[in-house]
Design a protein around this ligand. Structure first.
Ligand code: PBG
Length: 333
């Protein structure tokens, strides 16, 4: 017998609890559940009820008419989906983004239809102007600058119109200072004290939003979003942004993107007591799908590992374009 096997408690025998599938399951620390997942949808204001346009940069994702949205959601809910996040693509864009708060805007119509057909589904709406403005920026322009304070009224209009249409949660994503406070006051002043705000509190100016801008037709026509979204190099600032949104009344906080920002997720988790969401954005989805379709990654394993790592970093909710798939494939219960 060798020396080492005679003194076998002098080192950590981690493999003891990895020996069988059921032992590994017993000591698993992080578990994904369908309760964690939020599926984003892109809804188009069109008369063509068959409209279902594949988003090239996001294989498997589509721009949908209201009719097609309902069909997709019906299937997803049947597979266990509990929450969705809506983005709207208007029929007409203008300088202010006025279709963003039209009572008959596409997101408002979608909210009404979804809540009527699937009352148990949590419907969350993205509150931003970039999909609705002709210039593609997330706020009103003053010259070539995005003008913070006048934008707040418009974001309030959007949030209110969503609440009036039955949205369960509104999610401001424009990164305008004071948006959470303004929206909270607008909701409270109009009989919507019960509608929570999920704030995109630490949203970075990320290249990983690239595919989304095709999906939502929301790329800025000039410049970039660096004057309002955060510098990817900053983590203390992410905490400042998060804490100020807590102070302003946000009910759920968010870090976005997720995978390249797991350190931020962890730091925010340790700083706040509110529920925390991670947004696995379009570029994270497309990157995985590209490698999967090349046969370079195992589809189910890579998807599950990516989502589990986001959960492990400390989030309660995950917004991911894989939600429908993981439910359909039975990867989560
Ligand atoms: C709207 C918004 C964006 C995303 C969510 N809300 C785009 C952006 O800020 O450019 C990105 C989502 C994704 O990439 O999946 N402001």
């Amino acid at each position: 017998m060798s020396e080492i096997s005679q003194t076998n408690h002098s080192f950590f025998r981690g493999r003891r609890l990895r020996r069988t599938e059921s032992l590994r399951a017993l000591v698993q620390e992080t578990r994904l559940s369908r309760d964690d997942l939020i599926m984003p949808y892109f809804v188009v204001n069109t008369q063509d009820c068959n409209f279902c346009k594949p988003i090239e940069a996001m294989p498997g994702q589509n721009q949908l008419s209201l009719t097609q949205l309902i069909l997709r959601v019906e299937k997803a809910v049947g597979n266990g989906l509990r929450a969705c996040l809506l983005f709207g693509i208007p029929a007409h864009k203008d300088e202010q983004g006025s279709e963003g708060w039209a009572a008959d805007g596409v997101v408002q119509q979608a909210c009404r239809l979804l809540k009527e057909k699937f009352p148990e589904l949590t419907v969350i709406t993205d509150v931003c102007l970039c999909e609705y403005t002709a210039h593609g920026h997330c706020g009103l322009l003053a010259g070539s600058e995005v003008d913070n304070d006048p934008t707040l009224d418009l974001l309030c209009n959007c949030a209110l119109s969503h609440a009036e249409a039955g949205a369960d949660i509104v999610a401001p994503s424009a990164m305008m200072d004071g948006a959470v406070q303004a929206i909270r006051a607008a909701l409270d002043g109009n009989g919507f004290t019960h509608v929570p705000i999920m704030s995109y509190s630490a949203k970075f100016a990320s290249s990983f939003y690239g595919p989304f801008r095709e999906a939502a037709e929301s790329a800025p026509k000039f410049g970039n979003r660096k004057s309002y979204q955060m510098n990817p190099a900053n983590s203390r600032e992410a905490l400042l942004e998060t804490l100020s949104d807590v102070e302003e009344g946000a009910d759920i906080l968010m870090v976005k993107p997720a995978m390249p920002y797991l350190d931020i997720l962890r730091a925010v988790r340790e700083t706040i007591l509110q529920p925390l969401a991670g947004y696995q954005v379009s570029g994270e989805y497309s990157m995985l799908m590209a490698a999967i379709s090349n046969g370079w990654l195992n589809k189910d394993a890579a998807i599950l590992e990516s989502l589990t790592s986001i959960k492990r970093a400390g989030v309660d909710l995950i917004i991911t374009y894989f939600s429908e798939y993981v439910l359909e494939a039975g990867l989560v219960k």
